[in-house]
Write a protein that binds this ligand. Structure first.
Ligand SMILES: [Zn+2]
Length: 219
């Protein structure tokens, strides 16, 4: 574990940040990162209180799901994390029951693009069909919903976000929660206008021109 101590510490710090931002109440979520130079990942253990998470609450799991002896029980959503790493080049995965994201996931089949920043997540955010927590069926639904996306919603459950770093995965989870709240507030005022496909592709083209997203420029 010594070589990988920074990864354990980063996951614990990420959990505390998610709790501080109100995305996770109690133990309602899980976080993982790939371990550099290995096929393994480190992930929060089952039932960890995010606000008080320490490196001791983080366990190492092999790509086959094998848990290193004596390290504790990983999150019940371990199949979801393993599946996302198998499908993508993500460096980190964040799953929460964030309030607005979960509310949207109880009603909509897809979160439409109301704001241009949603293009950072790849466009409309799909809501994966419901399945019992911790099951391979749920993991399969969410993997499908994540194709060409940086985040997905989970019907009547919560949200999942990934990123090229743990910080980026957390930023994506925070952005999705803001977008879900935006949808909720806009819908209270009337019928929100949705950006057209052309407007969405114009955003992507403009972002490429301005290298938006890579240099953290926020016009
Ligand atoms: Zn969950």
């Amino acid at each position: 574990m010594t070589d990988h101590a920074p990864a354990y510490a980063a996951v614990a710090a990420g959990c505390r940040r998610l709790a501080a931002q109100g995305l996770v109440i109690g133990s309602a979520g899980n976080v993982s990162v790939r371990l550099p130079g290995t096929d393994d990942l480190v992930v929060t253990r089952s039932g960890v209180a995010f606000a008080d998470c320490t490196p001791d609450d983080v366990v190492r799991v092999g790509s086959s799901g094998r848990v290193l002896p004596g390290t504790g029980t990983p999150t019940s959503e371990i199949d979801l994390h393993l599946g996302i790493y198998a499908d993508t080049s993500a460096a980190a995965v964040v799953h929460t029951h964030a309030p607005y994201s979960t509310a949207v996931a109880c009603v909509l089949d897809e979160l439409p693009v109301l704001h241009y920043q949603q293009m950072l997540l790849g466009g409309p955010v799909r809501v994966a069909p419901y399945a019992t927590f911790g099951t391979p069926e749920l993991a399969a639904h969410v993997r499908d919903a994540l194709v060409d996306r940086q985040a997905a919603l989970m019907s009547n459950h919560g949200s999942v976000a990934l990123g090229a770093s743990l910080d980026q995965a957390i930023e994506h989870a925070l952005l999705l929660e803001w977008l879900a709240a935006l949808h909720h507030r806009s819908s209270a005022l009337g019928t929100p206008r949705v950006l057209t496909a052309e407007e969405q592709s114009d955003v992507v083209a403009q972002a490429v021109r301005r290298s938006y997203g890579t240099q953290q420029e926020k016009p």
